[in-house]
Design a binder for this molecule. Structure first.
Ligand code: GH3
Ligand code: MG
Ligand code: MG
Ligand code: MG
Length: 422
């Protein structure tokens, strides 16, 4: 609703608001504006301060006193810069005061009011409420917002559902005829052993005492609202919590993706060199303590540059993918394959002793040969070394010996396995 005596401003504001997707009703004086306003249904009232018949501040006071408009935001518009006038507008109940400058400047502010007015939300809410009438009021509000409501009357049943289903918000009453109350439910949710424990929690209660609120916040409740529920306030609080939850979900998904990118080689899906280190540390300590032997197989593809040069880089990539898959397929439980360089791979074989190291090396060499059979065959030079606690002081020694064994395989004509003797 736009109440302004200037035809120019009525026109400019209407055009702007329509462009923002709103239906606009206009009034040219205070009396007409007031009677339209109390007829109801407005999301925003733009009210000019200086009108021929009534003062904007008086109109504002009357809007604040009428039940139909008490919750409707009123933005007062004035060309006046006098701080005293601006303060009087605020005291009269204006939600905001906007100086009449350019339409572009006003656009952002008006848009922010309208954005929230009729926004629908998406999400699942677990409503824990034992009073049927209170549950009905909350359910109506939530469904009006577009949310899916799942109602539990008992806190234990609610907790059981919470552990097993994904919710975007838990809304709980405070007092139940149960050994579990609202505070206990908040504590149980926050202590749950799942990412779901971060779910926002809104407590709804008829109690309005600071002590209860403080303890609820300390135990992890996000917000507190007092019954009887006022739809607009309830919806604003719920909307905010749901928005935050969606943001948190996005961050979690991104974190998982980033961790994957940081640890796994995109081409072959094997671990990369960086992610190998913690595994290496674990395996080497076990080998040092004699808990289990550790064999390292190092693999360098033969004349790989020629594959790129002859068939192109894309074929080279395809061959690397094939080799990666072949190595992955060779990994028994607990064994790890990794791509540590362009066409260089390693396999960590915990439990493989020196006696079997040569056989495993040969199996790797053969698997690569078989996997790449076809138009773009490739072979590999393999070096294997088994950790020897008497001479190897750590990973660096083992790595150096396997690397030297690969070099020896290259020197001896490639496509072969060299076992490093400690
Ligand atoms: P050698 O038998 O002596 O190991 O010869 P080589 O050609 O395999 O060894 P060299 O180290 O000279 O060349 C390795 C080649 O691997 C060079 C590089 O272009 C190629 N390469 C490294 N990373 C990738 C990759 O991700 N994709 C493709 N297509 N090629 C790669
Ligand atoms: Mg005016
Ligand atoms: Mg190489
Ligand atoms: Mg090579």
């Amino acid at each position: 609703l736009v109440i302004d005596d200037s035809r120019l401003w009525r026109h400019s504001l209407s055009t702007l608001l329509q462009r923002l997707g709103t239906t606009v009703v206009v009034a040219a004086d205070g009396a007409e504006g007031l009677s339209l306003a109390v007829s109801g249904g407005f999301d925003l009232i733009c009210l000019d301060l200086h009108l021929p018949d009534l003062d904007g501040r008086d109109i504002c006071r009357r809007l604040r006193a009428a039940p139909q408009t008490i919750l409707v935001p009123v933005v007062m518009l004035t060309a006046d810069d006098d701080p005293k006038t601006l303060m009087e507008c605020a005291l009269a109940g204006a939600t905001d005061v906007l100086r009449k400058r350019t339409i572009e400047e006003m656009s952002g502010v008006l848009q922010s009011f309208l954005r929230h007015a009729r926004r629908s939300h998406e999400g699942a809410v677990l409503l824990v409420e034992d009073s049927p009438s209170a549950a009905l009021v909350a359910r109506r509000s939530l469904e009006r917002m577009g949310l899916d409501v799942h109602h539990a009357t008992d806190p234990h049943a609610a907790l059981e559902r919470f552990y097993n289903e994904d919710f975007d918000l838990v809304i709980t009453d405070l007092v139940f005829a149960s050994d579990l109350n609202g505070l206990g439910l908040v504590r149980a949710i926050r202590g749950a052993n799942t990412h779901r424990r971060m779910c926002p929690i809104l407590v709804v209660s008829a109690f309005d005492d600071a002590m209860r609120r403080i303890e609820l916040f300390r135990h992890g409740a996000d917000d507190y609202v007092i019954k009887p529920l006022l739809h607009e306030e309830f919806a604003a609080r719920v909307g905010k919590l749901i928005d935050n939850k969606k943001l948190m979900d996005q961050v979690r998904v991104q974190q998982v993706a980033l961790r994957r990118m940081a640890e796994f080689d995109a081409l072959t899906g094997l671990l990369n060199r960086h992610a190998l280190q913690p595994v290496v540390d674990r395996f080497v300590s076990a080998a040092q303590s004699g808990a289990h032997p550790l064999t390292l197989a190092m693999i360098d593809l033969d004349h790989f540059k020629a594959i790129n040069d002859t068939w192109g880089h894309a074929v080279g990539d395809q061959v690397l993918t094939t080799v990666g898959a072949a190595l992955q397929a060779l990994c028994a439980d607990g064994e790890i394959g990794a791509r540590i360089g362009g066409e260089e791979f390693v396999m960590l074989l915990p439990g493989c002793s020196a006696a079997r190291a040569g056989l495993r090396g040969e199996a790797i060499r053969r698997a690569i040969e078989i996997a790449s059979e076809g138009p773009h065959p490739v072979t590999a030079s393999v070096g294997v070394a088994t950790f020897d606690p008497r001479t190897d002081t750590g990973w660096a020694d083992l790595f150096k010996r396997a690397d030297a064994a690969v070099y020896q395989s290259k020197l001896n004509g490639r496509n072969r396995v060299t076992v490093s003797l400690a």
